[in-house]
Design a protein around this ligand. Structure first.
Ligand SMILES: Nc1ncnc2c1ncn2[C@@H]1O[C@H](COP(=O)(O)OP(=O)(O)OP(=O)(O)O)[C@@H](O)[C@H]1O
Ligand SMILES: [Mg+2]
Length: 506
């Protein structure tokens, strides 16, 4: 093959991919052509088939139809895991490394260097250090993987993939749990790796990131390939149109108008002097029908604070009252009973019961309303769940489907449905739109607006400026203290400056 010809052979090529799960067709016509050395974005609405295509590209599942080629050669047999590992790896939001092991152990799991038949710990450590060094990853090989920050854990996973020889790395929503600084660091690492010959497939619902790090974009819609184009040829409006199948204007019209809270409304949540090792002497109030945002970097303590209010952790000092009644900390049951609905940070760990159906998950906090003595009115429950699926725009076959079948963003919507189902007096939402597509975000945030109209108080913790924009005011936490309050109407750069701590150090 001449040099020119080899440049024409794509690094990865998937054609006519079909994948069905029972009645669901996850992919009807999946296509992807990735050229060596590019960063290629894969975008589409929740349930469009992105992660399904990734399972096929990484050899986790065989497609029902279609072919995958690497460098013009047919993909390895499904059982040949080693061959796949030499081609491709995927880094997800959730770890694929073993949290209890050290970084070095994770890097060389099942292929530890042996010395006279025994694992040589010294060599393990030096080889791990050398590997991390080669790829410029600044992580201690002896650190326990569970103690790593998400961004470092992702870099360890990438280094591990590269050490197997893979030069094609799939990042499935890597930025969903990262703050702004961490995202910037990930992107500069991606660019450096790209310069050393690594090719990326990048999945994200943050379209501005696609423009920032990718050269080419492929759009999937309703299980089908729609288009592949240089990002420069597909401006934001055209990209959204390709994803949603309708114009930006139509989507914008569906967006709800902002509303103003009545500042004589009674205070519903009153937090005084709340303290733990993550935050210090925090006071805050939320009125009936008010939406208060909490912003800050990953290290600000904002998530820990919200989790304390939602009963997920216990602070070391301070009080919180809901409608005058003192909240009992550290008990989700007590929080639920007090009328608090919560969208927790991690839907994998705290969010959903994976073996249960969508309907059961959505209604689990309100079971007693459907029947006495544990005897549940199935029809009523089904009707209720169907309505929630509809109102939250959940892409599923019906309420009987297990949540484990759902795409990431649709699972997130079920968590929201459950929080809303109990008609809470206070809603605590932690990164509520993480992994949710551009259009579904609107319907999800519209549910928050109707809850507030009904008098619910809402506390929103988020890294997304779009989530915070709809708040009546945003409190900014910096190193565990509230350092600023921005009433609605703030400019992006003002909020970003206080999140980064550059406007309150004078
Ligand atoms: N194991 C499964 N069993 C049944 N249905 C599934 C399974 N995995 C995925 N699906 C369905 O296939 C469709 C595509 O899902 P996929 O996870 O590929 O979407 P996605 O584009 O990654 O969405 P998101 O942006 O929400 O992550 C969805 O309708 C989903 O419910
Ligand atoms: Mg997905």
């Amino acid at each position: 093959m001449s040099v020119q010809e080899s440049q024409l052979v794509p690094l990865v090529e998937a054609r006519g991919i079909v994948k069905r799960y029972g009645p669901t067709t996850a992919l009807a016509d999946g296509r992807l052509t990735v050229l060596s050395g590019e960063s290629h974005a894969l975008v589409g609405r929740n349930g469009a088939g992105k992660s399904t295509l990734v399972t096929v590209l990484t050899g986790l599942q065989a497609p029902d139809e279609g072919t995958v080629r690497f460098d013009g050669e047919p993909a390895p047999q499904l059982a040949d895991r080693d061959a796949w590992r030499r081609k491709v790896a995927c880094v997800y939001q959730h770890p694929t490394v073993v949290p209890e092991l050290t970084v070095a152990e994770n890097l060389f799991i099942n292929r530890q260097p042996l010395h006279r038949g025994f694992i040589s710990w010294r060599r393990l450590k030096t080889e791990a250090a050398a590997l991390l060094d080669t790829w410029d990853v600044h992580v201690d090989p002896e650190a326990r993987t569970a103690d790593l920050k998400v961004e470092d854990r992702q870099m360890v996973e990438i280094a591990r993939a590269l050490s197997f020889g893979a030069r094609f790395i799939v990042l499935d929503e890597p930025t969903a749990q990262l703050d702004k600084r961490e995202i910037e660091r990930l992107f500069s690492r991606m660019r450096a790796l790209q310069d050393s010959g690594v090719t990326f497939l990048f999945i994200s619902h943050h379209l501005q990131e696609v423009y920032e790090v990718c050269q080419t974009v492929t759009v999937l819609r309703d299980a089908r390939w729609i288009t592949t184009a240089p990002v420069a040829d597909l401006p934001r409006a055209a990209l959204i149109e390709a994803m949603a199948g309708e114009s930006m204007e139509t989507i914008a019209e569906q967006a709800v108008q902002e509303q103003i809270v009545d500042d004589s409304a009674p205070v519903l949540l009153e937090v005084r002097g709340l303290t733990s090792d993550a935050y210090d002497s925090v006071d805050l109030t939320v009125r009936r029908g008010e939406v208060v945002g909490l912003a800050g970097s990953s290290a600000s303590g904002k998530i820990e604070l919200a989790e304390a209010i939602a009963g997920l952790r216990a602070p070391t000092a301070g009080t919180a009252r809901l409608d005058g009644e003192r909240l009992q900390f550290g008990s989700v049951q007590a929080a639920l009973k007090a009328g608090i609905g919560c969208v927790p940070r991690d839907r994998h760990e705290q969010g959903l019961v994976r073996g249960m159906t969508i309907g059961d998950n959505a209604t689990m906090s309100v079971l007693d309303r459907f029947g006495r003595f544990g005897f549940i009115g199935t029809d009523r429950k089904r009707g209720f769940a169907t309505e929630l699926i509809d109102r939250l725009d959940i892409h599923a076959e019906g309420p009987e489907q297990p949540v484990s079948d759902l795409s990431g963003g649709n699972a997130q919507k079920v968590v929201m449905a459950r929080a809303l189902a109990s008609d809470p007096r206070l809603l605590v939402l932690i990164n509520p739109t993480a992994g949710v597509d551009v259009k579904s975000k609107e319907s999800l945030l519209a549910r928050v607006d109707s809850a507030r109209e009904d008098g619910t108080a809402v506390l929103v913790v988020s890294d997304e400026l779009d989530d915070l924009r709809r708040c009546d005011r945003v409190l900014v936490l910096f190193h565990g203290r509230v350092v600023a309050e921005h009433p609605a109407g703030w400019r992006d750069h003002e909020l970003i400056a206080s999140i980064e701590g550059v406007d309150h150090h004078g």
